[in-house]
Design a protein around this ligand. Sequence first.
Ligand SMILES: [Zn+2]
Length: 356
Amino acid sequence: MPNANLIPVFDGHNDFLLRLYFGPDQREKTWLQGGTQGHLDLPRMKRGGFAGGLFAIYVPSPRRDKTGVDGIMNNPPYDMPLPAPIPATAAQPVALAMAGHLMWMERSSDGAFRLVRSAREIEQAMDDGVIAGVMHMEGAEAIAPDLDALHVFHALGLKSLGPVWSRPTAFGHGVPFRFPADPDIGPGLTNSGKRLIRECNALKILVDLSHLNQKGFDDVASLTDAPLIATHSNAHAVTPSARNLTDSQLEMIRDSKGMVGLNFGTVFLREDGRRAPEIGWEPVFRHLDHLIERLGEDHVGFGSDFDGATIPEGIGDVTGLPTLQDALRRHGYDDALLEKLCWRNWVGALRRTWGD
Ligand SMILES: [Zn+2]
């Protein structure tokens, strides 16, 4: 049933391109007809009021034993071993394929989906009732230290880049999936990483802090002239995962007029750090309340991690966004605040970063 109070959601992070990449025979059917697998597809995005978001190009490591990962993450304390680095020569064809996914998604959607490159284009797409996709890269494996490929991907539409997923790259060291743990684990950016940040600034590419460790975070903060943004991370004070943001990191983000997108991943929401999806709304409220208290209500949004994480059963998939909004209304958030969380803050932060 259409919800009259449905507020559109622009989201900071999803892994839909990876799901398409893993199912090449079914990919157009997955996108256009959808189904019940995963969290995202075009029909479900429309039903859930998904206005758009950052779509991650992420190069997977060779398949890990999924049951092993689940077993580890359901039994804290844990420290997931990180996969080996991936050379640029191996990563580039995969990253190009995923960039290509965004392009055929646009062409096949009959005007329902548009690849966008500016805040103005996001607003235009929202006015037109078209879903807006921003090209993001999670981990810069496909870019060699000469940075030539950065310019190529930028020309293809790349507007946001995380120098690392948690796996190490030529540019830096990511934060491991460790619970409970402080994010201050390992060294910061390499010299190539510092050059990458400066080049991203020059090209007006958002530098994503999610997955960076403390020293990498501090290196970006001291180099960048853009707002500090973590697209999909939560509050360490509530869930002490190494992937979450400490209060001092939140303070730096606030002072830069930056942005944090709430990650729906249960391992980053639950106080016990477990992966199990059976949680009520309390952990979501606690993280959002904390982020709003520390950052102010103009600097918090969503970074769902749809198709990349186990999410609360109360959300289920992208069609659960209206249910989330209803829960937040019951928690006491009014529609003006909900609009900020759902899309206005993201558009504002992207405009401050990109300049238009
Ligand atoms: Zn991620």
